[in-house]
Design a protein. Sequence first.
Length: 316
Amino acid sequence: MPVIPRSAIGARFIGWGTALPEKVVTNEELSKTMDTTDEWIRERTGIERRHIGGTTASLSIESGRKAIQMAGIDPLSIDALVLSTTTPDRTVPATSAAVQHGLGLRCGAFDVNAACSGFVYALVTGHGLIAMGMKRVLVIGTDTLSRITDWTDRNTAILFADGSGAAVIEAVTGPGQLMGWDFDADGSLEELLYAEIGGTLHMDGKEVFRRAVRIMVDSAEKSLKASGLTANEIDLVVPHQANVRIIEAACKRLDIPMSKTAIVLQETGNTSSASIPLALFDAVANSRVKSGDNVLLVGFGAGMTAASAVIKWNQS
């Protein structure tokens, strides 16, 4: 379990933004093309509608531009761009190159693919770059899963969607926001959720559910231990927005009430790398997070990856 050195340069969020395609697909619309109903989808997933459209680069540029504008900084002052995505627009080059150009950045840029855990992977990586001397890093989580979804498959089509969330983090004097973190993966479970190159998503839903709860809880507990906090001291949990039943089961095992959980999946569906930033920044916009709050980010994804981080919101 990694422990952040006391001497490490810390960082904090100074700007953030999100992007969702204009096109909305409701459960009722899906029921016209496959054997399902609005009630069936809501009961099993908590999802009511999802946003479809755009490219990974275009959505990333939109959310990234909003984050930069909110931060009030010159794009040329950003030292690195880390883009988390499992749906790049091209095999080569990395989509981060197109995003870098679209935002007018002059810095290193690279993609991270850890599926639905990806934003936390990218966020911790960004903190690591700052600990090594960078001043500002733009972290983006974007996926356009509609492009790799079989829209005749009821097991997957009801879940997946498109979206993006971005944050600018900046070096600070002292420890910064990140208090503890954890990464995990179990490649032996690869066949539970995958898509071949040029193919569509295949998922063993029941087994993913069972494994997801376990790996989320394990990762969250490791981050809590690393941060020196208990579950009772967490003010808000921001989980990967995959399925409300998974979230409920994980929170129950962590002994954290659902009232402390940020959920937007009813409006967004499962947007993979985008889901945690979409939920986090929605909570911030709705005054569910205040300065000094302890926030737990935790996700799981294909691979079977997991990642979590405990942050002290707006610590300077």
